[in-house]
Design a binder for this molecule. Sequence first.
Ligand code: ZN
Length: 239
Amino acid sequence: MSLKIETVLCRAGVMDNYSYLLTDKETGITAVIDPSESAPIVRRCKELGLTPQYVFNTHHHFDHTDANLQMKETFGARVVGAAADSRRIPGLDIEVRDGDSFMLGQSRAEIIRADGHTIGHILWYFPDDKALFTGDTLFNLCIGGLFEGTMEQMFSSLEKIKNLPDDTLFYPGHEYTMGGADFALYLNSDSPDLQHYLKKAQDRLRKGLPAGPVTLGEEKKCNPYLLAEHPEQLRKILG
Ligand SMILES: [Zn+2]
């Protein structure tokens, strides 16, 4: 494990976005994932003595990129995002594509394209650190809405996530756990895995912590959208 991960809540109470500060322990090189609001990120960076050299975006939506330009101005960060979003991500400096590797110091990220929520959405996967940043593709107990892609595209993106190792921790773009809980309970009220999942999440949220991260193994057992076995089933669940 060479990566230190700090969660920063942005747009609190409005959209409850999560940005993440990733620091490669060997070199101290830092990136901020999806900076949607400058103030909480700058504050946390000051507290921790961090200067992000990079912004990593998962997709173009404003509540993931709104502070890109401020990160460049304040820290001199360079913005890294999908080539497919080159015209839509503010301040994009470095384009990445599906299957690319990107080094944050000595920590290696793999870029996984995940169309569905948007076309050109990417996941940032750090296999050696067992960490996956899912943006608005996968949330705790739910998934992102289909703004641009088709059900088939979303299903195939979720398949890519399901194929990653179970002990991978995933870090979503919003705190939507309790929003997803009602529907998961409605479908699967007597699942002991789900009961356990929710108890842990509620305990953490009550303490003012993010509900996650949870492992993909846990998520696969409890998230109704990951339990769908084909696109048609996913369509039914989405209603
Ligand atoms: Zn989005």
